[in-house]
Each structure stands twice: as C-alpha cells, then as structure tokens.
Design a protein around this ligand. Sequence first.
Ligand code: NHR
Ligand code: GAR
Length: 216
Amino acid sequence: MTKRIVVLISGSGSNLQAIMDAIDTGQINGRIEAVLSNKAEAFGLQRAQNANIPAITLKHTDFEDRLSFDQAMIKEIDQYQPDLIVLAGFMRILTPDFVRHYQGRMLNIHPSLLPKYKGLHTHKRAIEAGDKEHGCTVHFVTEELDGGPLAVQGKVSVTMDDNEESLQQKVHAIEHVIYPLAVELYCANKLIWTQSGILMDGNTLPSQGYQVAPLD
Ligand code: NHR
Ligand code: GAR
C-alpha cells in the first residue's frame, strides 16, 4: 500500500523536493498528503503548491507556548492520517507529547555524523574541530534532541579549502541521496523501528545506521 506522508519544513525545502522527485520517478511508494511550515515565507511551501500538495503554515509565534503549538500541529497533521512524518529542515524542537504521538513513524535528517554534533551550526563545528569527514544522518525522532536511533548515514570528506558554506553544499548533495533512500525503505516496510532497534531488511542495524557510499 502506498504510504501517506506529511512533511514538516521551515525553509528552502530542497530535501522535500528530493523526496517529491523520488516519488515522481517511482523510487518511493508514497504520497505527500501535506506540507506544514512554521514559517510563512518558507520556499518549500511554494514547491508543495507547484505540485498541488496542500501547503499549510502554522506560525509558532501565534501560540502561547510549545505545547499549544504542537497540539495545533497534531490536529492539523492527523487530518491527513499519515503513516510517516518527515522532518525536512524543520527548526522547532518538538515536545515529548508530540514525539510520542508519532513514535516509530517520524524521521529527521540532521547535518552531521551523529552522535557527533547534535544541535545547530554543525558544519562550523566540524571545521573548527579539524574533522576529515563530515556528513548527515537520517534518524527516527525521539524525545532526546537528535538522539533517536540512526537509520541511514552519508559521509563527505572535508578538504583544506572547505569553509562553512562549501561544506554545507557538499552535505546537501548527499542529503538529497540518503533522505529519499530512507523514505523509500520506510515506505517499502524495509526500515522499521522496534523497541530493540532499527530493522533494515529484517536485520538489526548497527548503532551508526546503514552507511551509504560517498558520492565523489
Ligand atoms: N524534536 C525532538 N523532540 N527530537 C528531535 O530529535 C528533533 C526535534 C525537533 C527538530 C531537528 C533538529 C536538527 O536536525 C529536530 C529534531 C531545531 C533545533 C533548535 O534548537 C535543534 C535541532 C533540530 C531542530 N531549534 C530552536 C528552538 O528553540 C529554534 C532555532 C531556529 O528557529 O532557528 O526550537 O538539527
Ligand atoms: C538541511 O541541511 C538539514 O540537514 C538541516 O537543514 C537543512 C534544510 O534544507 N536541518 C537542520 O539543521 C535541522 N535542525 P532544506 O530546507 O533545503 O531541505
């Protein structure tokens, strides 16, 4: 059965676009039912509209606190009866109630090789640490920020001439490979969250997740 997907964004939505493209080519057996943004100016909303996908803005600044914002999002999202929630550059920390509501069916892409560099400004931190490699990780979302079990990881090499911006571009390129892959596997029931770990094709994944070969 085709999976029902809701995507949460805050910005450009290039990962949203990569997933939409992979649905169009038939790579992903899924359908994006709605795109939600906490920012009205997010370009990703336009990408959704261009594809005739409902594009909804819920401004977090219109709400008293995180709890009421998250409750409003749940109300909106659940109208679409999603099988999968995809965080694609969504920049608001989610409350435990929200996360528990979608436990095991919510993915995020984070721009670092988790468990390294949870939180923000990951590219800057990787450069300042002198890391030779960097990358991105798709993980299941839990209450612990960027701390949920890892599904898929993609690496890039950091070279002498890299700065924050160039590194961000390299990471983006591999994000657009690994996020569609993770969503593909999830929608094919090949990537499954269980209490005892993440299953891929029936096998428990190691803690660093499934490693995608570098692009070069
Ligand atoms: N929520 C939970 N509970 N768990 C996770 O793993 C989450 C999450 C919400 C978002 C994405 C995450 C990332 O990949 C994500 C994972 C925002 C912040 C943050 O500090 C941190 C991590 C992530 C997203 N947000 C600020 C806040 O006060 C706002 C920053 C801004 O608006 O620019 O919410 O990196
Ligand atoms: C991506 O690089 C993603 O890894 C990062 O934001 C970018 C969104 O780009 N996510 C976070 O930093 C989450 N805190 P996009 O809007 O073009 O997909």
